[in-house]
Design a protein around this ligand. Structure first.
Ligand SMILES: Nc1ncnc2c1ncn2[C@@H]1O[C@H](COP(=O)(O)OP(=O)(O)OP(=O)(O)O)[C@@H](O)[C@H]1O
Ligand SMILES: [Mg+2]
Length: 238
């Protein structure tokens, strides 16, 4: 790791070491996984702890309401946090903004503008968009690859460390729907793996993290006592 490369810590025990230090500030990281693989919780965890350290975050949830996400996170042990540090914005707020731009329905433009205004007003450093599939559903892309390219370019201009959450269909060999894997600086892939007859283990794999000499193997991701951790998975003896 270069000494002058600012890093965002994940606050997942063992993961920063596996990433070669953490996540380079300003990266666009795709967090892809099958349903229920704790994508939202993992990113909330990163943003919650960073917010406590003074790095403000904006979490845009297009899947759940602000209330349901906050409630789920409180149940997992993430106590109430000042909105100025970690702001959770849901579709309801975005729809209100859409009314102003009813004629264009340019969702990507609207979201980017909201983020820009929020960053200018509140100095957010970390952004999450949960999820890309929900965005596709409301944005009605005509040419998804081209529009996604523009989305990444607009996000990159903002200069924030960004987590884009993507849903991988169960059984799919592709991580993302439109091949945006190539546009992201980093990819964290989450999946459930059957171990033996009855056990299911949650695995996290850093598929890529530009600029970092990271571990490529799948690691077991665990959550307990209010915190996440990763551990190496021992290879089975033949
Ligand atoms: N207190 C807890 N301890 C351990 N695991 C929990 C706890 N609370 C919830 N979970 C697990 O977290 C999962 C949901 O996490 P989360 O909503 O972050 O996943 P997700 O990948 O974002 O899901 P979705 O595909 O619905 O968006 C639950 O299915 C459950 O297995
Ligand atoms: Mg989720």
């Amino acid at each position: 790791m270069e000494k002058d490369l600012p890093i965002i810590p994940t606050h997942v025990a063992g993961l920063d070491e596996a990433l070669g230090g953490g996540i380079p500030q300003g990266s666009i990281v795709l967090v892809a996984g099958t349903p229920g693989t704790m994508k939202s919780s993992l990113i909330y965890n990163i943003m919650y702890h960073n917010a406590q350290e003074g790095r403000r975050g904006l979490y845009i949830t297009l899947e759940q309401t602000t209330e349901s996400l906050r409630h789920a996170m409180e149940r997992m042990g993430y106590g109430a946090i000042d909105e100025g540090r970690l702001y959770v914005l849901d579709l309801g707020v975005l729809r209100a903004s859409l009314k102003k731009a009813e004629s264009t329905k340019d969702w990507i433009g609207i979201i980017v503008d909201i983020v820009k205004e929020a960053v200018a007003a509140n100095g957010y450093e970390i952004l999450a968009l949960d999820s890309m599939e929900a965005l596709y559903a409301i944005a009605n892309f005509e040419v998804p690859r081209r529009e996604l390219f523009q989305l990444y370019a607009s996000i990159r201009e903002l200069g924030l460390t960004t987590f884009l959450i993507a849903e991988t269909p169960i059984g799919s060999s592709k991580i993302t729907q439109y091949g945006e894997d190539f546009l992201a600086d980093g990819i964290l892939h989450l999946r459930h793996v059957e171990v033996g007859e009855t056990d299911v283990q949650l695995r996290l794999r850093t598929v890529k993290m530009r600029m970092m000499n990271h571990v490529h193997n799948s690691m077991a991701l665990t959550f307990g006592d209010g915190s996440f951790g990763v551990t190496h998975v021992l290879a089975r003896k033949k």
